[in-house]
Design a protein around this ligand. Structure first.
Ligand SMILES: [Zn+2]
Length: 536
């Protein structure tokens, strides 16, 4: 058959050329396709090999050999592809203004962080959330409203019961916090002024958040000798407040209490069996971190710094405080040895950061006995305090809590300025440490379950139903990482070290980390809770 010609070209050639032009001008099927990775969907399922197609900020399609092309293609063959990690307990609100990219979190694959933990939040929330939105940050950001901050706003840091009128005003502030976008109420019954709050007052306030769809999350009154009573109290808030309740950063502090996670987990299981919606979160380290004031008895902390110092200058009270500090060093947060208490950050003498109580006591010319270490603690408190790291948790408790199906991962970390002070390494390593050390190396939990504990589980818990799973229609928060090498490198001695083994991180469809570096993108959004009212 005669070949049809057009201006010297065969028609077949013309058709091919036209097809190429059409293809070049057609929009790409996806903005981004992540090809061939081991897709951990976040639900706890074993990985499956698939492509993930993203359009704008949303996952558009998932499947093996996805047809069509992405404007950008990421080759993830041999790598894990999971939802970005969700951290429901952070202290990021100071650091985020200095480091809006939150590198320490994003470099672990974390794409959403929550603030307002331990009973402490801005009150009201709305102006603060406006500032976060205006700042432009890399991860998404959600909040809890803090019971301690609400109480402080109404009755200060006083050790007394609230009057009915004060309770009504506190309820109003909780209601306002929920309308401003909180996901629930946090309590910090270990801290002033939460520590002065009777359980029934906590329940009354929590129930307001619960009635508006929020949850209660508690840094418990006592994580040492009183841990069982505190677990019961946290359960009671959920049971009597008719709302979800969560034990945050669950741990057992103090050598005499080690092993009690057997009983705390039993209490949680029993509560769930009778219908109480109680869960747990945890960070994977055998040391905690908080103010050095945590070594002082609660009564000594009422009021402000001036009140505390006045008590320390009264001989009788000083002796009682010292005895309590020695007790705490031996049996509680001190972990039985002044070496187990390390300074994380100290405003009045930054050189103390990284040193332990034994070293500082020697530096002051005394042998590091418990007695002298207690004197050092009081000296630090009088000078203005410091944050500390307390090595007083047993690995067996940690692993037992981690294995429990109702335990999720949360860092309790912050956004450090790289290189400044000596923060707890949890800020740099929580999520990758669970994946690397506890899932891959120690096989405490399966890798897919570890992913669940940091993705769909926290998302479900706070009611974030469009994140935490890899499914078409979900927001495109995605982490690409290497199952064989993902690990934490931050240590207590050298905390300022980023995670390794994370390949690419995507927030709301935009690549925020790749090739070992943060990109300029800051696509993080403020996320609003169930009772949010945009304008009032
Ligand atoms: Zn806490």
């Amino acid at each position: 058959m005669r070949n049809l010609m057009y201006r010297g070209l065969t028609l077949t050639a013309v058709a091919t050329a036209l097809a190429a032009i059409v293809a070049a001008q057609a929009p790409a099927s996806y903005d981004l396709v992540i090809r061939g990775g081991h897709v951990f969907d976040g639900a706890g399922n074993p990985w499956a090999i698939a492509d993930v197609g993203v359009r704008q900020d949303t996952i558009a399609a998932i499947g093996p050999g996805l047809a069509g092309e992405g404007r950008r293609e990421i080759d993830a063959r041999g790598l894990a592809v999971s939802p970005g990690f969700i951290d429901t307990h952070t202290h990021a609100r100071r650091g985020i203004f200095e480091v809006p990219t939150a590198d320490n979190y994003v470099r672990q694959g974390v794409t959403t962080i929550f603030e307002g933990p331990d009973g402490g939040s801005p009150v009201p929330l709305r102006p603060f959330l406006g500032k976060i939105a205006a700042l432009g940050i890399t991860p998404n950001w959600g909040m809890f409203v803090g019971q301690g901050s609400v109480r402080e706003a109404v009755i200060g840091r006083a050790d007394r019961k609230a009057t009915p009128d004060e309770i009504a005003r506190m309820k109003d502030l909780v209601r306002e916090g929920m309308r401003d976008g909180a996901f629930g109420l946090s309590t910090g019954l270990f801290y002033v002024p939460g520590i002065f709050t009777p359980t029934d007052e906590v329940i009354a306030l929590a129930a307001v958040a619960g009635g508006m769809g929020g949850m209660h999350v508690s840094h418990m009154r006592n994580e040492a000798s009183g841990v069982l009573d505190s677990v019961k109290e946290t359960i009671a808030v959920g049971e009597q407040g008719h709302m979800p309740t969560q034990i945050t950063h669950h741990k057992i502090i103090g050598t005499p209490n080690w092993g009690r996670s057997v009983e705390t987990l039993k209490l949680v299981a029993e509560a769930r069996a009778r219908g109480v919606d109680v869960t747990i979160d945890q960070y994977p380290y055998t040391a905690s971190s908080t103010g050095i004031n945590a070594l002082l008895p609660p009564w000594a902390l009422e009021g402000g710094q001036a009140d505390v110092v006045a008590r320390l200058r009264d001989a009788g009270q000083r002796a009682r405080i010292k005895a309590a500090i020695v007790e705490s060093l031996v049996y509680d947060r001190g972990g039985g040895d002044p070496k187990n208490v390390q300074i994380a950050a100290c405003g009045w003498d930054p050189s103390l950061a990284g040193k332990n109580l034994a070293e500082i006591t020697r530096g002051r010319g005394a042998e590091p006995t418990m007695d002298h270490a207690a004197e050092t603690v009081m000296w630090i408190v009088e000078k203005g305090g410091a944050s500390g790291i307390f090595h007083a948790i047993d690995e067996a408790d940690l692993e037992r809590i981690l294995k429990d199906p109702v335990t999720m991962i949360a860092s309790d970390g912050e956004v450090p300025v790289f290189g400044r002070a000596s923060p707890h390494p949890r800020s740099y390593g929580t999520f990758v440490r669970v994946l690397g050390r506890y899932a891959r190396e120690r096989r405490v939990i399966p890798l897919a379950d570890a992913v669940r504990k940091m993705t769909s589980f926290p998302a479900q818990r706070v009611g974030l139903y469009d994140r935490g799973l890899l499914r078409p229609g979900m927001k495109a928060d995605i982490a690409v990482w290497d199952e064989a090498t993902i690990a934490d490198t931050a240590t207590f001695a050298q905390p300022h070290q980023y995670a390794v083994g994370v390949h690419t991180v995507i927030v709301n469809g935009q690549v925020v980390f790749e090739n070992g570096a943060m990109t300029p993108a800051r696509p993080g959004r403020v996320l609003y809770g169930p009772a949010y009212q945009p304008s009032r």
